[in-house]
Design a protein around this ligand. Structure first.
Ligand code: NAD
Length: 357
């Protein structure tokens, strides 16, 4: 069912998943792959991260059609040292090859206690928290450093020029009944949030971007240049940059994501660009740990839960806004959207429908 008001269409989860699945089937994906991509993209919307949900569909299809990413790819094992795996995604669709890599890491860590997985050359993997949640379901702690090769968009602390990607970091902790999932871009805002704002969705903070003259702004045109409503948003169109979050600290974490998920996996960093690239790829360095194998599971769960309760008992700085744990906001949005459907800006819904034609 689709209902509309002046700003958004409300789409049921089932209908949105079916629409996205049919688009990827028509774009050459097999049933399993189309279902996986639809499930993960719609889940990002369910978690409230519209920037990494179905708004990506036109771009993914464009990359498939132009041959930058490929349907039906399997990861190649470059090296397997037992405690670590180096994997090449071969520019397969990110949801597909990252899921294969994460499944391998989880399986290895469940058997041996830990595993480091270095994945390079994955298509865009979407919301990284999905993979931390997969590890949590397997009872594992996980840490993920991610970079976006070919996509320098973020100015380093003290600089004006694009040097880092939006380089997300995520970690998941499987406290029983109370999982904690931290998952964010190291840029002030994820690039997808700039896209969402450009389509009429949630506006950006007024200092999220920086123009070439050093002026902070929230105008998406700084990143994309001028665009019509029905045009793809191309970061090559603008001259400004996104700012790194957390001043020098966030800028430093972004550098670590580039070095670990890019250089250490054997994949590219955000740049410099070679002039040939037409899309982007993700690298991801993941660490999986089993509290069971560490022999500290009982303490981890008891002390961890007690500590988390104590953290959350801190008095709210703003009345009526209790302290939350990472992962709580996503849980709340998920419950609401599962019941009420997913609100999509009209521009996003129309772009998806045009892609389906
Ligand atoms: P964000 O700024 O919304 O931060 C999200 C994190 O902060 C979550 O862990 C959330 O639980 C936590 N959080 C939010 N409000 C909180 C509160 N009041 N109290 C406690 N914790 C709170 O996220 P973002 O930087 O906009 O990133 C959005 C998504 O973009 C992420 O899922 C990320 O993985 C994804 N991303 C992907 C790529 C890629 O190339 N694949 C690149 C960049 C970002």
């Amino acid at each position: 069912m689709v209902t509309s008001n002046t700003a958004v269409h409300i789409v049921s989860v089932d209908e949105l998943r079916a629409t996205v699945r049919s688009i990827f089937l028509a774009s050459g994906c097999a049933d399993d792959e189309a279902t996986l991509i639809a499930t993960q993209l719609v889940d990002a919307n369910l978690a409230g991260h519209d920037s990494h949900g179905v708004v990506r569909v036109p771009q993914y299809v464009d990359w498939l059609r132009s041959g930058f990413v490929h349907a039906g790819r399997s990861i190649e094992v470059v090296s397997d040292g037992g405690a670590f795996l180096v994997l090449d995604g071969g520019l397969g669709l990110g949801q597909t090859v990252a899921t294969q890599a994460v499944d391998l890491g989880i399986d290895r860590a469940r058997r041996t206690g830990s595993c480091v997985v270095a994945l390079r050359n994955a298509g865009h993997i979407g919301r990284v928290g999905w993979f931390a949640e997969s590890a949590i379901r397997a009872g594992l702690v996980s840490v993920h450093f991610v970079n976006v090769a070919g996509s320098p968009l973020v100015a380093p602390f003290g600089g004006l020029d694009r040097r880092y990607s939006t380089a997300p970091f995520a970690a998941g902790v499987p406290l029983p009944g109370r999982p904690v999932v931290l998952d964010f871009a190291t840029s002030y805002v994820a690039e997808g949030k700039v896209q969402v704002a450009s389509y009429g969705g949630k506006p950006l903070p007024g200092d999220a971007l920086i123009g070439q003259d050093g002026t902070p702004t929230g105008d998406p045109r700084v990143l994309y240049g001028d665009y019509r409503d029905d045009e793809l948003r191309l970061t090559s169109g603008g001259t400004g940059a996104i700012r790194a979050f957390g001043e020098h600290k966030g800028s430093g974490l972004a550098l670590m994501c580039e070095l670990l998920a890019g250089a250490l996996t054997g994949g590219p960093c955000a740049g410099p660009l070679d002039g040939e690239r037409r899309g982007i790829s993700n690298g991801m360095l993941s660490i999986y740990l089993s509290p069971e194998h560490l022999g500290t599971r009982a303490e981890f769960e008891r002390i961890g839960l007690d500590y988390l309760d104590w953290v959350l008992s801190a008095r709210p700085a703003r009345p009526g806004e209790p302290v939350l744990a990472p992962g709580d906001p996503e849980g709340a949005v998920r419950a609401r959207r599962l019941a009420e459907g997913i609100p999509l800006p009209i521009g996003t819904w129309e772009a998806i429908r045009r892609t389906a034609c």
